[in-house]
Design a protein around this ligand. Structure first.
Ligand SMILES: [Zn+2]
Length: 420
């Protein structure tokens, strides 16, 4: 079954999984009727996520076996150990290069989503992944020609991946300590714990300089890499500023996930503004270079369509809080499929899809391990392949525009369009 028909099935039958990890293993999970791409809202569209309150809880279901094998390579990739060569960057491709690299900049982009990490397979759940699985994810993505880019460059439609590479974005929610821990030396010196997610990425990026570099963190200013699955580590709280600065210094993004991880589905305006504007202010106090204008919507629950339309307008067009004007550039959902290309007329920066990195078969399906990994493997034509040039948008004549959309007017006015 192709992914198109599957999506239709999903639209009819399967609720989106919407949740964001809490402080510990007892994460609350909210189930909401959701809408996949086939019924994706436009700016004036239907309520895309929430019709239920965020505290309708389910159990965070561990995988049945408790044994992680999510990253088993599919048959088509088992023999592949080195990625395809990267093509040129920053110039037009020749006809021969177009044939070689086959760019498709209307293809979809993987924006993958992590929360908690653990070394204990028995703790694996929808929002908790083992470090070994994370390492396997990186290896699989590398071997299959994916290339790390920033969320910002995707939103700005200025993707820098080399020709022939598939840009993707790693996102990390909730700033648990298992994502980023410092080891403290006897002399007080700080080093990145190589066993934390940031340490694992640093090692992988260093060993694979043709993989790109980066990752976007939705950081909670008041729970800044000091709690999480595996236990609280309150002594790590004092290093929040250093961690944020490390991230910025090394090509990562520090973005907005509200001040206190509160649901914003149905809240008063002052509270809404403080949660988002206050997070920007608090994070910038740690490091003034923080942007925090990409908003990871808690629980994937946007302000209620009927009663909180003003708040949606603020999310899209900007708002004032505490005497300062702020403008978000994009908002991320919790689920649950590849994102549209920012060059597509289906793209909406306020509704950016992500893929949960889990075996989600026990919690409704459509996670990476149980679904999307095989889909993107078996249907590579759906995935964005870069032409290496942020100034141009290159699309094959036979692109599946019915599924991917068409080049937007905005893109056509800012980029040279190349068809081949
Ligand atoms: Zn969250």
């Amino acid at each position: 079954m192709g992914w198109r028909s599957t999506l239709v099935t999903l639209a009819l039958l399967v609720p989106l999984l919407v949740a964001c990890g809490g402080d510990d293993g007892g994460d609350a999970i909210s189930w909401q009727p959701g809408l996949p791409a086939a019924t994706m809202p436009s700016s004036s569209g239907e309520e895309p996520t929430a019709t239920t309150a965020p505290n309708e809880e389910g159990e965070a279901a561990p995988t049945e076996s408790g044994e992680e094998s999510p990253a088993e390579p599919t048959e088509t990739t088992a023999a592949q150990v080195t990625p395809p060569d990267a093509g040129p960057t920053g110039r037009l491709l020749t006809d021969e290069e177009l044939a070689q690299y086959q760019p498709n900049e209307l293809g979809k982009i993987l924006v993958i989503e992590y929360h908690q990490f653990t070394n204990d397979p028995s703790e694996v759940a929808q929002f908790t992944r083992t470090y070994d699985s994370f390492r396997a994810d990186l290896q699989w993505l590398y071997e299959n020609g994916y290339y790390v880019v920033s969320m910002r460059e995707v939103i700005e439609n200025r993707i820098t991946a080399p020709a022939g590479k598939k840009p993707f974005v790693m996102t990390f929610d909730d700033s648990p300590v298992n994502q980023f821990r410092f080891l403290v030396g006897g002399d007080g010196s700080l080093t990145v714990d190589p066993g934390s997610a940031v340490g694992i990425m640093e090692e992988f990026f260093a060993a694979h300089p043709d993989f790109g570099r980066g990752g976007m963190f939705g950081v909670l200013p008041n729970a800044c890499f000091d709690t999480g699955v595996g236990g609280n580590e309150s002594d790590q709280a004092q290093y929040c500023a250093q961690k944020i600065s490390f991230l910025i210094d090394n090509g990562y993004e520090v973005e907005n996930h509200t001040l206190t991880h509160s649901g914003i589905y149905d809240v008063e305006d002052d509270f809404f503004l403080e949660e988002i504007g206050g997070a920007i202010e608090a994070l910038r106090e740690y490091d003034s270079r923080v942007e925090a204008t990409i908003f990871v919507v808690p629980f994937g629950m946007y302000p209620a369509l009927e009663t909180r339309q003003q708040q949606r307008e603020w999310m899209r067009n900007g708002f004032e809080w505490n005497g300062t004007q702020y403008k978000l550039i994009g908002s991320l959902m919790v689920g649950s499929e590849p994102a549209f290309s920012p060059a597509s007329d289906e793209w909406d920066s306020m509704w950016i899809y992500r893929i949960q990195m889990c075996d989600c078969s026990d919690v409704g399906g459509f996670g990476w391990d149980d679904y999307w990994q095989s889909v993107v493997t078996n249907d590579p034509g759906m995935i964005y392949v870069s032409d290496g040039n942020p100034d141009t948008i290159t699309v094959p004549e036979n692109a599946a525009t019915g599924l991917l959309g068409n080049i937007s007017e905005d893109t056509a006015s800012t980029h040279e369009i190349i068809r081949y």
